[in-house]
Design a binder for this molecule. Structure first.
Ligand code: TXA
Ligand code: MG
Length: 326
């Protein structure tokens, strides 16, 4: 299959393909998604095939408008409504009880469905004109680094999908926050751009599971993995590099000029965690292309979106260090 890359102005092509039951990569405000008509199981199956994603891992459904929520889910909680009011459209995914109409392949047989509404202009235009909910996981091969540019999607899925819509680099750079609410408690399944601090005014915030626990969907211990070995350190100042190795560094603070490292990528020169998140997957990808022996990543301060980046670092390094913690 030939993969075409078009500009956001040509998103009519995307709508046509989606209507015909095909998959299309689209930009969102978090990362690029690989979209298909969520109510068409054959179309959704193509997402799993293109990504080589195991069928037990459920997908997020993206709404064309707020009214469409009641068609696919039942909303019992007032707190959930308050969160939607505040954060939709935007990078917050909420888990609801699903309705019959949602195919099992979307939810991996679960009784729940994860739903969000993207604020990205191009994504929004496509899903609104299609007027169908879109299932869309991140547009990478399963387990790999999430794509934040159209080029990343091309590198991951060239030849496997018909179309990529190029909307430039994504704004947040990491995937949406995933929550489930009950009573006044907000259980955070995946940290993301809507931080614990932002959720706290609405209810008690709890971590759903420890980030490196196996078993639950969305909680796979190994994820976002580069091909190069990656380790995570508290601080680079306390890290003594083994000699004779090509070491790349992904850091938040500055490492100074005279570094023993072959390549250095600083996530945010002005020390801004939001900018760090926007650069995170791109810089990890760049380091992974450098033919290094080792990537050393420095943890961010464990607050706000820094905590969300730390979760991803823990998963990215889990393959190389099974005892690693978030
Ligand atoms: O920002 C995002 O959320 C991006 C963009 C494209 O929207 N999408 C994304 O999808 O990150 P994906 O498939 O890469 O990650 C979705 C996560 C998976 O870890 C999946 O297991 C979890 O959401 N998930 C989906 N449905 C769920 C459910 N009903 N209960 C628990 N976890 C669920
Ligand atoms: Mg993903």
């Amino acid at each position: 299959m030939k993969t075409e890359v078009v500009s956001a102005q040509e998103c009519a092509k995307a709508i046509k393909l989606l209507r015909d039951g095909e998959v299309v990569a689209l930009p969102t405000e978090t990362v690029y998604g690989l979209a298909a008509d969520a109510l068409n199981p054959d179309a959704v199956a193509k997402i799993f095939e293109a990504k080589e994603r195991p069928r037990f891992d459920p997908l997020i459904v993206h709404l064309p408008n707020r009214e469409a929520l009641d068609e696919i889910a039942t909303v019992e909680s007032r707190l959930a409504r308050e969160l939607m009011e505040k954060f939709w459209p935007g990078p917050l995914t909420i888990i609801f009880s699903k309705r019959e109409i949602v195919p099992d392949i979307v939810t991996a047989g679960l009784e729940t469905v994860a739903v969000r509404m993207s604020a990205h202009l191009t994504f929004h235009e496509v899903v609104r004109k299609l007027n169908r909910p879109l299932a869309a996981p991140s547009a990478n091969q399963f387990g790999r680094i999430s794509p934040t540019t159209a080029q990343h999607v091309f590198d991951e899925l060239n030849g496997r999908i018909p179309l990529i819509v190029d909307g430039g680099a994504t704004e947040h750079g990491i995937e949406s926050t995933i929550v489930q609410v009950a009573n006044r408690v907000i259980a955070v399944w995946r940290r993301g751009p809507i931080t614990d601090e932002m959720l706290r005014p609405f209810g008690e915030v709890r971590e759903q599971t420890s980030p490196v626990t196996v078993g639950a969907p969305g909680q796979l211990p190994t994820h976002y993995a580069p091909r190069t070995k990656l380790i995570v350190v508290e601080s680079l100042r306390e890290f003594s590099p083994p000699s004779g190795k090509g070491i790349g560094v992904l850091c938040f603070s500055s490492v100074g000029d005279a570094t023993p490292f072959a390549v250095v990528r600083q996530l945010s020169e002005r020390g801004d965690p939001r900018q760090a998140a926007a650069n995170f997957f791109r810089m990890l990808r760049e380091l992974d292309r450098e033919d290094l022996d080792l990537i050393v990543a420095e943890r961010l301060p464990e607050e706000g979106i820094g905590a969300a980046i730390n979760d991803r670092l823990a998963r990215a390094s889990a393959r190389f260090d099974p005892s690693s913690r978030a």
